[in-house]
Design a protein around this ligand. Structure first.
Ligand code: AMP
Ligand code: GLY
Length: 421
């Protein structure tokens, strides 16, 4: 079968490497992919948001199945467009992708169906938002409604900062139209857990849990990034907590989406906070997380393509989704200066005898050489029987993958190790 994966980052490279193991797939395309994936899939220079060209490519090349990985094309309706020409897809339709595309929608959904989340108010009028902040509890959290490249969330430690955040979103339009509507919500505390779950709209099968490290520097210092490393499983996410999440969050969310006529099929990402009052939803994403996928899929023992098609065809309940009992750790190597200003174009050296997988996020091929081309350049994932071993192995291998001006955090997984029993 001919399969195409839409997207170009480390997450997509991980999905492609997993799909490559499936005996049923004869040809893999990445649209647009990146130079670091070229050995695993044929990269086609079509942008992930270019619905028309993607559909045309699928038709001209008799694509049998499509995996739509990033949020933008899902929210734009890529799955609807491909299904309309008969291409089965992994990923939610537009009317379900709104669970990530609009925070106002997802907060109202949780309120309506009693799904635990931070208390909140929504605003589309700046004066009302500012007046509300005169009496709101501090710290507070200000969120732009729409997609904002993960940057539309501001945690304000003072009333003044909260008001400045509201103005930057609603008046200065720092995140464009995303900020026309905002959510102001209660500040929660507790360990964070990412849970990705396969769902076909009736059955939900969570994958192994994981922990992201969002800040740029060690000890959670520095600016927020797209993610500097991940570990799985997350030791805070015990069997007891998993059972509570299934009952109070996962199943109710699937049922709520059905009740709204917005059946969700694909990978639903639950960003959870384990608060003193129980697990609560911080955010939903309508897709695999990045870089969570880089530790979750390497632990998947079942065939990814089989599971994905079961999701599409509504057969998830009867399909085995098995994970290894081991642990995984992904170290992201980024360009010095990321997430702000950084230089690119440096040659990347990847030894042939690594005892780890390399998932390339930002690189291009030029004259047969692989050159850095992004802020986050690649992730190195190791798996091992224990978390401590996975961390050690990931760093030993990541240190052998080199390019000028590379940097990585040295403490990925340390908090999880300290929490583990
Ligand atoms: P998001 O982009 O929604 O994942 O938010 C980015 C980060 O902001 C999350 O990973 C949390 O660490 C933090 N965050 C978001 N909402 C809250 C909240 N209500 N209370 C505390 N922290 C939050
Ligand atoms: N790692 C968080 C995300 O994918 O949005």
């Amino acid at each position: 079968m001919k399969v195409m994966v839409i997207g170009s980052g480390g997450r997509e490279h991980t999905i492609i490497k997993s799909l490559k193991k499936s005996p049923e797939i004869t040809k893999l395309y990445a649209l647009p992919g990146n130079g670091g994936m070229a050995a695993d899939a044929e990269c086609v220079a079509i942008g992930a948001k270019d619905l028309e060209s993607v559909v045309r490519f699928a038709q001209e090349n008799q694509i049998d199945y499509a995996v739509v990985a990033p949020d933008d094309p899902l929210v734009l309706g890529m799955v609807d467009a491909l299904e309309a020409v008969g291409v089965p897809c992994f990923g939610p339709r537009k009317n379900a992708a709104i669970i990530e595309g609009s925070k106002v929608f997802s907060k109202n959904l949780m309120k309506k169906y009693g799904i635990p989340t931070a208390a909140y108010e929504t605003f589309d009028d700046m004066a009302a938002a500012l007046a509300y902040l005169d009496t709101a509890a501090i710290p507070t959290v200000v969120k732009a409604d729409g997609l904002a490249l993960g940057k539309g969330v501001i945690i304000a430690e003072t009333r003044e900062n909260a008001k400045a955040a509201v103005k930057s979103m609603m008046e200065d339009k720092q995140f464009g139209e995303s900020g026309s509507h905002i959510v102001i919500e209660e500040f929660l505390t507790g360990p964070e857990v990412s849970v990705l779950a396969f769902t076909d709209g009736s059955c939900v099968k969570p994958m192994v849990s994981s922990m992201d490290h969002k800040r740029a520097l060690d000890n959670d210092k520095g600016l927020n990034t797209g993610g500097m490393g991940t570990i799985a499983p997350n030791p805070y996410y015990t069997k007891e907590i998993a059972d509570i999440c299934m009952e109070t969050i996962f199943l109710p969310t699937i049922q709520a989406m059905n009740a709204e006529g917005r059946t969700f099929k694909g990978c639903l990402y639950f960003g959870l906070m384990l608060t003193p009052n129980g697990p609560k939803v911080i955010e939903y994403n309508c897709r695999f997380g990045d870089p969570e996928t880089q530790v979750v899929l390497p632990l998947l023992e079942s065939d990814l393509f089989t599971v994905m098609r079961a999701v599409t065809e509504g057969r998830l309940a009867e399909t085995e989704v098995k994970f290894s009992d081991g642990s995984a750790c992904c170290i992201v190597k980024a360009s010095h200066g990321y997430p702000q200003k950084y230089e690119t174009g440096f040659e990347i050296t990847i030894p042939q005898d690594l005892d780890a997988q390399v998932f390339v996020a930002g690189a291009k091929l030029a004259d047969g050489k692989l050159l850095s081309s992004g802020g986050r350049v690649l992730g190195v994932t190791a798996t091992a029987p224990t978390l401590a071993q996975a961390i050690e192995k990931a760093y030993a291998n990541a240190d052998r993958v080199t390019f000028a001006n590379a940097f990585c955090r040295r403490d990925i997984g340390q908090r999880a190790l300290a929490a583990g029993k």
